[in-house]
Design a protein around this ligand. Sequence first.
Ligand code: NAD
Length: 461
Amino acid sequence: MLNEEAVQSIVREVVAKLQLSDETETGKGIFTDMNEAIAAAKKAQAVLRRMSMDQREKIISAIRQKTLANAETLARMGVDETGMGNVGHKILKHRLVAEKTPGTEDIQTVAWSGDRGLTLVEMGPFGVIGAITPCTNPSETILCNSIGMIAGGNTVVFNPHPAAIRTSNFAVRLINEASIEAGGPENVACSLVKPTLQSSEVMMKHKDIPLIVATGGPGVVTAVLSSGRRGIGAGAGNPPALVDETADIRKAAEDIVNGCTFDNNLPCIAEKEVVAVDSIADELMHYMLTEQGCYLASKEEQERLIQTVLTPKGLNRKCVGRSAKVLLGMIGVDVPDSIRCIIFEGEKEHPLIATELMMPILGIVRAKDFDDAVEKAVWLEHGNRHSAHIHSKNVDNITKYAKAIDTAILVKNGPSYAAIGFGGEGFCTFTIASRTGEGLTSAATFTKRRRCVMSDSLCIR
Ligand code: NAD
């Protein structure tokens, strides 16, 4: 008879083997060589191109269903593999991708008709898109990109972040299973067993890749924009949440902490710091501490956090996407599970405030008045033009802030995730093209405009 421990050990061994084979296995869109992956995606695109919009929509609908059915598996896999984020929130993110990423309905034709005939602007596919994806939202980005890109009539080759390759490739396999089950071709989305910087270079230089979509930090966006190809760059942010004296302060505290702690602050749109007008700053912090599960870090604890989460080379990857409890544990502070965010007051130059941390650490910068708050928030956003948030009932103040900070996203009086359709109107995306200006990407972003002109006919007005 096997005892409990022996059974557990066998289970662990089998799971480890399964995971290994998962990581090294090819097929269902996974290749060992970038050139082969691009060739397969090109073949699949030729098939997709001949299919009707209705057939395309069937593939997308199957991807949505697979995403919903596997939301928990993908969420657990992402947290297990990367050590980052929160399973419950990742389940919600996958559901959001399945339910609110636009499909073919996003592709609208523009028409002019008159005495000289009929002219249409149709939105056609680029062909095979090269996509580079982050480790912070790995499968969310792959599934969301694929829905939009396939809706536009493209296929896609991914060079995912190596730290999230198992989760990313699991998503790629699901996409191909969905395509085949819906009557589409295999390899509508492709990836590599072992993506590297070299394989992404091959992708960026390949003659069959007319468009590259990069979602990640400043390095990858710069690399893509220097590639000589058309590039869509969804880069880093450092979103400030500004709170003025007209806001509902209690609600602002709740919204900000909810947004900041969502998936342990991994989303690029999440509140990374607060700028509060002096007259309400104490009240805001009071609600955060008494009602929103925040922990006030002392000067000495802030110093230990700086030593722990920042390294001379940048962020300590072991801290990114970790919970407040885990981060505090790393500096020797034990707190109850109810603590979900670390707060403190500091100058805007404080390293835990000025740096995009992607951790539930929220510095609060005090401003003497609204104009001073705007100036500080603009400085903190570092010209990324990515995301910013405001809590205010004064439309003049909101307008002034919106113009000054000039970001792709500006959420008013809500948590940051309202921007991607979670508790807010509008569609979902996990690729926000801040640097190149497309903003929140969707199927239409992944198409090229083509003018079709019928001269002197087909106007029936
Ligand atoms: P990262 O920049 O480390 O990696 C992103 C991807 O780029 C990975 O696939 C990585 O392998 C690749 N990469 C990095 N440098 C490269 C180079 N020089 N050439 C080619 N490929 C390169 O980012 P991450 O840690 O995975 O994700 C977090 C960062 O991404 C944050 O800065 C966050 O704000 C940003 N982000 C932005 C968006 C958006 O929509 N704008 C969405 C998610 C994440």
